[in-house]
Every structure is written in structure tokens, then in C-alpha cells.
Write a protein that binds this ligand. Structure first.
Ligand SMILES: NC(=O)C1=CN([C@@H]2O[C@H](COP(=O)(O)OP(=O)(O)OC[C@H]3O[C@@H](n4cnc5c(N)ncnc54)[C@H](OP(=O)(O)O)[C@@H]3O)[C@@H](O)[C@H]2O)C=CC1
Ligand SMILES: O=C(O)C1=N[C@H](C(=O)O)C[C@H](O)C1
Length: 253
């Protein structure tokens, strides 16, 4: 597969390039900040991305950047007919609308977390919340000190999953003050420290017992591997909006 990697000099961009090279793929790096070479891969300037897509015709693009550049890259992919895998998080509603617009022309797969275990976490959370509707729920996510968006994209996905199961709950971010917990609220806590790749813990408590569901990524390589699998799966698909769960073995599609 020939794959273009945007945000090539970022933490995830470098990780995806390493994984793609390891798997024997042809890689085109794209960066807004530097050109040259990384791991034997030529890094092309972002302003030439649209031309590069037309001339080099990659099978897919993998993007881990920021919301605005991500939407811009995917819009160029739509114009050139190149499938887009998007790992970027922190999108607004307006960003999602633009990504959905692009998905009318090309297949787009956006996922807040490309670790396969997170699909297991989402299923476990759905089941636990359904089985224990009166238990208090608190969510804690922990990431490296360079992460910008909070709560994480994965945390937001977990919160949406809880809402889908037991109805919309008020979210209390980083609780403080002088009042007991309100019934039904969900506490959301974001920690930033060191080089932690990503940890999400859902705590359910009640009836003098606790249930803790935790996913911990051991390295960023986990996300890069999932994104590459998604790109291989997405290449050649029809235009549309796809979820990472669609690519996994027990999926119906
Ligand atoms: N879905 C998942 O599984 C995962 C998602 N993520 C998400 O991926 C995103 C990136 O994370 P991470 O790699 O740690 O972040 P980094 O800050 O390390 O990398 C982001 C890269 O985006 C590019 N960029 C920044 N500003 C601009 C701009 N104005 N125009 C174009 N490109 C720009 C830069 O690369 P360059 O200078 O080369 O252009 C930068 O290095 C985040 O949203 C994070 O939450 C992270 C891990 C896993
Ligand atoms: O920024 C990160 O590093 C990560 N971001 C994703 C998120 O926001 O959920 C996924 C993963 O936890 C790592």
C-alpha cells in the first residue's frame, strides 16, 4: 500500500511512519513545519499536499494533527478521491460537518482511539452501565504532558456510550467546591503527566462495591498499528463514514 502520513513530524506521525515502513508500505510524509527526511522517508511540504495527492495517488492518507489542519487535509483528499483515516481528536460540531461532507466523496474513517482494546472497553462499559443503572459513574483519563484536548476524544466517546445506555447525564469536569455529588452526574477527570501513552478508567460504585474498567495503552505503537490496519481496510471502499469497529473481525460489514 502507498500511504500519505500528515503531521509527519508529530508524536503519532512519526509512530505511523515507523509502523508503515516496518510493514513494507510505501510512505509519503507530509509536514507543515519541516521538510527533509524521517526514517528514510521524504517529508513533503503541507502546502503541496493537494498536488501530491494528484501526482502520487496514495491508496490512503493517515492524519494525526489538529482539528483545523485535519479538516483541510481531508477536504483535499475528497477532491483527489483519496480515502482518509483520521485519528485527530478535539473536533467541534462544525469540524464534524465538514468531515461528513468529505465522506460523500471518499471513504472517511475517524476514530478517537485506534487501540483494539478500547472497543472492548466500550462494550464492557455499555454492559456494566446497563446492569448497574443506579451506580455512580466517574471517568478518569491520563495522558502525556503534551496533549492539548481535554477530556480526551476517547473519554468523550465513553461518555456518549454511557448516555446511549442510560440517557443523558450531566458531566462534572474536575469537581471542586462544597456540595455532595448530585445523583446521576458523571465526574470527568483529566490528568496530564510525563509521557503516558493513554489510560482510561471507568469507575462504577454503589451497594458497598466498586467495579473499575480500565484500558491502558502500553505504547503509541498500538494506535499506529490500528490506524494502519484501518487504512488497509479503507482503501478501495465506497465513499461514506466508517467507524473503527467496522474494521474488526466480528463486524457485520
Ligand atoms: N485516534 C487515536 O488512536 C489517537 C489520537 N491521537 C490524536 O492525534 C492528534 C495528534 O497527537 P500527537 O501526535 O500526540 O500530537 P503532536 O502535537 O505530536 O503532533 C501533531 C502534529 O500536527 C501537525 N500540525 C500542528 N499544527 C499544524 C498546522 N497548523 N497545520 C498543519 N499541521 C499541523 C504537526 O506536524 P507537522 O509539523 O509535521 O505538520 C504536529 O507535529 C491529537 O488530536 C491526539 O489526540 C493521538 C494518539 C492516538
Ligand atoms: O493525544 C493522545 O496521546 C491520545 N489521544 C487520543 C484521545 O484523545 O482519546 C487517544 C489516546 O488516548 C492517545
Amino acid at each position: 500500500m502507498k500511504v500519505a502520513v500528515t503531521g509527519a513530524t508529530g508524536r503519532m506521525g512519526r509512530e505511523v511512519i515507523d509502523a508503515a515502513r516496518e510493514a513494507g508500505h510505501e510512505v509519503i510524509g507530509v509536514s507543515h513545519s519541516s521538510t527533509g527526511e524521517y526514517a528514510g522517508v521524504a517529508i513533503e511540504p503541507a502546502e503541496e499536499f493537494a498536488t501530491l495527492l494528484e501526482e502520487r495517488e496514495p491508496d490512503a492518507t493517515i492524519d494525526f494533527t489538529l482539528p483545523d489542519p485535519s479538516v483541510s487535509y481531508v477536504t483535499d483528499c475528497a477532491a483527489a478521491g483519496v480515502p482518509a483515516v483520521v485519528g485527530t481528536t478535539g473536533f467541534s460540531e462544525e469540524h464534524y460537518e465538514e468531515l461528513c461532507e468529505a465522506s460523500k466523496a471518499i471513504p472517511v474513517l475517524q476514530a478517537a482511539n485506534f487501540a483494539r482494546g478500547v472497543q472492548g472497553l466500550l462494550s464492557a462499559v455499555r454492559e456494566a452501565v446497563a446492569a448497574l443503572p443506579e451506580y455512580d459513574v466517574e471517568l478518569t483519563e491520563t495522558h502525556h504532558n503534551g496533549k492539548r484536548d481535554a477530556p480526551s476524544g476517547t473519554a468523550n466517546r465513553v461518555l456518549d456510550t454511557i448516555d446511549e445506555t442510560r440517557g443523558e447525564s450531566p458531566r462534572v469536569h474536575g469537581r471542586e467546591g462544597d456540595a455532595p455529588r448530585e445523583e446521576g452526574e458523571i465526574g470527568v477527570h483529566a490528568r496530564r503527566a510525563g509521557d503516558i501513552s493513554g489510560e482510561h478508567e471507568v469507575l462504577l460504585a454503589g451497594n458497598h462495591e466498586e467495579l473499575r474498567l480500565t484500558h491502558r495503552a502500553g505504547s503509541r505503537g498500538v494506535f499506529a498499528a490500528g490506524a494502519l490496519d484501518a487504512a488497509e481496510w479503507l482503501a478501495g471502499r465506497s465513499p461514506g463514514w466508517y467507524d473503527f469497529s467496522d474494521t474488526l473481525p466480528d463486524s457485520q460489514s
